[in-house]
Unconditional design. Structure first.
Length: 451
């Protein structure tokens, strides 16, 4: 609910449309939702990895668990340690992307994207199945070892690896099941791409997510090793891919041996791969200055809000939720609006490791926004934001540690009428914010006001 009628209308339209993409649990594949072109009755890895948290928000927990299990369970050496890129309601690899184990479409980001998505699902839900179930752990282990090796994705091979690796023999360049069997990017408009910056960022984030899981598995030395491996990819991203001449990152490296620019910068934000505040601002400024397809734009509301671009996040939500927007009925769009409102505008960020939920409002100033019965950490919460104030309701059975955050300035925060010192931090883009931590008992409510 919001006092901003345009924002509230956007949420209602997006929620209704997103729920319309829910499949029937009686379909052969089991519970599922559309996460691909609507006509396919299918779900693909990239879209699912983006839609999974808003799907959880909308009550599709059974769908998420089934879809993720389908993907991780189908990793196979006969497909060079790929799984299926896309599956349909019949529980089969979608024929639009698969002919046989030698001839199929696959974006190499996919395995690392899934590792990151599983980690985020655990942080949001607290369900350890996503990081400890045998099929999941096997998928993670195979990806960070055999998959990475088979596709020559070691950090020192990224710019020297063959363009068409593990391709069918004889190779037919006119057959996209041959040419696209192992695309090194989500950017598909350019042929003969050797490496995309989005894949470099995906490997970095996948390895970092894996390292975080390994910490929970009580293997600190192994976690340190994979953090070190991940850091090498981020270092290459910053040293080889940034162009000071244009103040932008190159987004692909061609088979002819040169860098080029196209899509891909969106994923630098999505994978949280950047730490240089100036480069982040230049990246966002370029994203805001150019025209992108709805798939790219569906990521922007959440990313813009969390980086402090509140007005631009707001405008993108209204644009994507508008029925007049071209291809607004692509499933990812409505899910992206829900994501932008819940995680972006409302700033809800659970962390199952700590049993905590952080909030940081990034909505229109002067308005009131509220979420009720939001599923997080196997519980239900309520969050309400207004000018300089927030409240939190815990409808679950366990204590939730609420980190109440506020942008701007302030010295103290009143918690249920009692003053607490505000802790100051700075975002990666240099913006100050303040927070305090509050333990909210089951069935309890807390209010925080900054002054």
């Amino acid at each position: 609910m919001s006092s901003d009628t345009a924002l509230q209308g956007s949420f209602y339209r997006a929620r209704k449309l997103a729920l319309s993409f829910r499949g029937s649990p009686s379909d052969p594949v089991g519970p599922w939702y559309e996460a691909a072109l609507p006509s396919r009755n299918a779900f693909c890895i990239r879209d699912v990895s983006h839609q999974c948290i808003p799907a959880e928000v909308l009550g599709m927990d059974a769908e998420n668990k089934n879809i993720f299990t389908r993907f991780v369970s189908n990793i196979s050496e006969s497909r060079d340690w790929c799984t299926y890129w896309e599956m349909n309601r019949d529980g089969q690899p979608a024929p639009e992307d698969y002919r046989n184990d030698r001839e199929f479409w696959y974006n190499l980001n996919a395995n690392f994207e899934l590792i990151y998505a599983c980690w985020r699902m655990y942080l949001w839900t607290g369900d350890t199945h996503y990081i400890t179930a045998p099929a999941f752990r096997s998928f993670f282990e195979l990806t960070v070892t055999r998959y990475l090796e088979r596709w020559k994705l070691q950090v020192d091979s990224l710019l020297t690896r063959p363009v068409y690796l593990n391709a069918p023999v004889p190779f037919n360049n006119n057959d996209y099941f041959h040419r696209c069997r192992g695309l090194p990017s989500y950017y598909e408009a350019i042929h003969d791409v050797k490496m995309g910056i989005d894949l470099v960022a995906a490997i970095y984030r996948g390895l970092m997510s894996y390292a975080e899981m390994v910490i929970l598995w009580k293997q600190p030395q192994k976690a340190a090793l994979y953090r070190q491996k991940a850091a090498a990819y981020r270092k290459q991203l910053e040293t080889s891919w940034w162009s000071g001449a244009i103040n932008r990152y190159h987004t692909y490296y061609s088979g002819q041996g040169g860098f080029g620019s196209g899509e891909g910068e969106t994923y630098l934000l999505w994978y949280n791969a950047l730490t240089d505040s100036s480069r982040i601002r230049h990246t966002i400024q370029h994203l805001l200055s150019a025209k992108w397809n709805v798939e790219n734009r569906s990521y922007l509301p959440y990313q813009l809000a969390r980086y402090g671009y509140e007005e631009q996040a707001y405008q993108n939500i209204l644009f994507l939720a508008n029925p007049a927007t071209e291809r607004h009925d692509y499933p990812e769009v409505s899910f992206g609006v829900v994501e932008g409102l819940v995680q972006g505008i409302m700033g809800v960020s659970p962390d199952a490791r700590k049993g905590s939920v952080a909030t940081l409002y990034s909505g229109p100033s002067g308005d009131t926004c509220e979420l009720r019965n939001l599923p997080v950490l196997s519980s239900r919460i309520g969050v309400r934001h207004w000018n300089k104030g927030s409240s939190f309701v815990n409808n679950g059975n366990s204590v939730i540690h609420w980190r109440a955050g506020f942008r701007g300035t302030g010295q103290s925060i009143l918690v249920n009428g009692k003053s607490q010192k505000a802790v100051q931090q700075t975002t990666v883009t240099g913006q100050p914010f303040f927070y305090t931590d509050i333990a909210v008992a089951p069935g309890g409510k807390a209010t925080a006001v900054i002054f």
